[in-house]
Design a protein around this ligand. Sequence first.
Ligand SMILES: *[C@@H]1O[C@H](CO)[C@@H](O)[C@H](O)[C@H]1NC(C)=O
Ligand SMILES: *[C@@H]1O[C@H](CO)[C@@H](O)[C@H](O)[C@H]1NC(C)=O
Length: 322
Amino acid sequence: MALPTKKASFFPFLLLLLVTISIFLVTPSNSATDTFVFGGCSQLKFISGSPYEYNVNSILTSLVNSAMFTSYNNFTISASQDTVYGLFQCRGDLENGDCGRCVAKAVSQLGTLCLDSTGGGLQLEGCFVKYDNATFLGVEDKSVVVKRCGPLISTDSDALARRDTVLDFLGASDGTYKPFRVAESGDLRGVAQCVGDLSPTECQDCLSEAIGRLKTDCGASKWGDMYLAKCYARYSQGGDHSHGGDDTDNDDDEIAKTLAILIGLIAGIALIIVFVSALSKACEKIARWLNKLIFAYILSGLKKVLIEKMFMQTNVCKEDEH
Ligand SMILES: *[C@@H]1O[C@H](CO)[C@@H](O)[C@H](O)[C@H]1NC(C)=O
Ligand SMILES: *[C@@H]1O[C@H](CO)[C@@H](O)[C@H](O)[C@H]1NC(C)=O
């Protein structure tokens, strides 16, 4: 009899755990900025424990600290003859806190991805981080790093025209320095970003290249990403997340949601079972009590009847004797 009561007291705890897990799963993560876009490392490795390693660590620490206050910064550290250059660039619409978190995440991923490499670069959705011993600061670089195109727009020439309008708007220059650009038309959205070490004219040139390539290389795609070494341009339609990383992220979200619903369901069923079993236990008690009562009543009634019968019988017997 001791085992069932133990189980019953463990059940609510399990229930609480399940509910907590489902709440945790429903809480949105910062997937929009943390999603991996690309990363690369130089082939050359530095010697562990060398002054160069110390410089790399100093640069990466400086980047993380600085990203809490500004959306772009560059650092150069030269102790002995081992010079390291580093920079970070956050997407222009990020708050300082989000920028800092994004750069911290990128730097920690770089640490594992480019272990002991003399240089490395990593682009997340929300930020870009790069360090190297060859100077790249202030150098325009339009080489294509990542190109991704979505499925074709459904033979709708209006949609294609709208796409081109958005891209033209993204690429347009009014002479002012705009390293971060957003353009929207209906459900079509374009975003462009330069790394902050480019001059205004270099930034404009880089973005023109990226946007031109998007148009030609992605044709009539529903979405497209064009990441060059120092700038990028992207567009997407109808809230369609525009690349694989985001898509898997959505899948993850869907899975998390489904799981949360499932766990919620299980918790609900468990709750009902607990309730019903508690109810049945209570009912059992009442039933037992009622049984006892009825039994006692019947017993007493039976006794009465029996005694009466016995008396009657003795009376009859007595009468018979007469
Ligand atoms: C960068 O570091 C590597 C390895 O120590 C070295 O071979 C290379 O010459 C360095 N490059 C520059 C530009 O200092
Ligand atoms: C690097 O940072 C320094 C100091 O913040 C700044 O004066 C310089 O213009 C930056 N250089 C580049 C290439 O962004």
